[in-house]
Design a protein around this ligand. Structure first.
Ligand code: GLC
Length: 423
């Protein structure tokens, strides 16, 4: 007994020394779960804990970004102090700003090391609600070997993608490869579908649902064209199951060799390139196609995540220190090299180690520059309602229960109700 408390005393003193006098603490952080993301998040946080003499409790997020938003919102609204450091999707700060501390007093201006447009997502009325952790952009993964086998090009338009997917599927099925699908994407009714659908619509020059000034623009002919093409995929080049798929289901199909094309985020690159991946060396990445209409353009949704410190944390200073560490250059570099997470720091795009490990990053610049944002900045606290109305409406078109011509005016009416009184 006595021996143990002596050891405890010595340990405690050592830990205090490590944190410059503050008592050692357990810091709780939420971590994503796509692929091997959880281990990466946990090991990063634990490296900080070791350095500072603290301990980490890493909590697993649910995979679905919308469900996660609901859980976090509930927890924060009840002022729970259970979590110190939250992952923040780049579309959330407008709604959740009140629950997070301002990081500005702690950063000493270092936030300027991030891309200004990425940082802007975490600035709400001058308050720095979070620091950018990684960036995301929707990209097209394609099977290089299959395109070569059938003498096809990487599609530049969605129409071309539709035809190429169908013809390769038909030929492979005829040859006995009957598990192969043409195109997989995130078609479940959740935030990920809003990401896909804004890409289709923007690619057809159909706008961004709500423009920067707050005007609802989604009810237009180009948006209808985009959605009717997407609806034509379901049950043909895409499995019916796509209506229930989020990121990981679609990665699973592509990575096991069972799809010609996949829409997903950069994290897939590292996983699909790993030694145990059946498609290692057989795939490429390109910008998502444009719509074959005037004003059509290649585009990809800009997603991404930051880290923020809860207003209800009992250990704010240590939590801030953890956030600064995880969003810092060394940790972003480690995450880029091992799991192809896109850094939010321009300097890292000139880092030779990163470019060697993830050749994709050398060509991703223009894809990010052509990216499209969901209308979260302009709709602020109402964004989640807006997005839910959007994905529900798109989902009903994909499942064939509504035509775009019926769904889009209805969506416009719903959005104007949500926006009544201003965004
Ligand atoms: C990715 C993106 C995020 C998006 C989510 C949708 O995690 O980074 O921005 O909301 O996917 O599923």
């Amino acid at each position: 007994m006595e021996k143990r408390s002596l050891v405890g005393l010595i340990l405690g003193a050592l830990l205090m020394a490590g944190t410059g006098g503050a008592a050692a603490a357990e810091i709780t952080i939420t971590c994503g779960v796509a692929g091997t993301e959880f281990d990466l998040c946990k090991s990063g946080a634990e490296a900080w804990a070791k350095k500072t003499g603290n301990t980490i409790r890493a909590l697993r997020n649910v995979e679905d970004a919308s469900e996660l938003y609901g859980l976090f919102q509930q927890q924060l609204t009840s002022k729970s102090g259970e979590v110190d450091v939250y992952m923040l999707n780049n579309i959330w700060p407008g709604a959740l700003a009140g629950h997070f501390i301002d990081l500005k007093p702690y950063t000493k201006g270092s936030e300027a090391e991030h891309y200004p447009n990425v940082l802007a997502d975490y600035l709400v009325d001058g308050k720095l609600v979070g620091l950018p952790w990684y960036n995301d952009v929707g990209v097209l993964y394609y099977r290089k070997d299959l395109l070569e086998k059938y003498g096809k090009q990487v599609p530049k338009t969605w129409e071309e993608l539709t035809q190429t997917a169908q013809s390769i599927m038909d030929a492979e099925h005829a040859a006995g490869n009957d598990k192969l699908w043409g195109y997989v994407f995130q078609g479940k009714a959740y935030e990920g579908l809003s990401c896909n659908a804004i890409e289709w619509i923007d690619a057809f020059g159909g706008g961004t649902v709500i423009d920067r000034k707050g005007k609802i623009t989604v009810n237009n002919a180009n948006a209808a064209k985009a959605l009717s093409l997407a609806a034509s995929w379901v049950g043909k080049i895409s499995p019916e199951g796509v209506l229930g798929y989020a990121e990981e289901e679609t990665r699973g199909i592509f990575q096991t060799g069972n799809a010609v094309f996949l829409r997903n985020w950069p994290y897939v690159w590292a996983l699909a390139s790993s030694d145990d991946s059946p498609i290692k060396g057989k795939f490429g990445v390109a910008a998502l196609p444009r719509g074959d209409v005037e004003g059509g353009k290649p585009t990809g949704n800009i997603g991404g995540w930051g880290l923020g410190v809860s207003e209800y944390s009992g250990n704010k200073e240590l939590a801030v220190d953890l956030v600064l560490y995880l969003t810092g250059a060394a940790e972003q570099k480690r995450r880029a090299i091992s799991n192809s997470f896109l850094p939010t720091r321009p300097a890292l795009f000139e880092d030779a180690d990163i470019l060697k490990a993830v050749p994709l990053f050398a060509s991703i610049g223009p894809i990010v520059q052509n990216g499209v944002a969901l209308p979260s900045t302009v709709t602020g606290a109402k964004y989640n309602q807006v997005s839910a109305a959007f994905w529900e409406s798109v989902h009903s078109v994909l499942e064939g229960s509504e035509t775009p011509e019926d769904a889009l005016p209805e969506l416009e009416a719903t959005l104007s109700k949500i926006g009544r009184g201003g965004w």
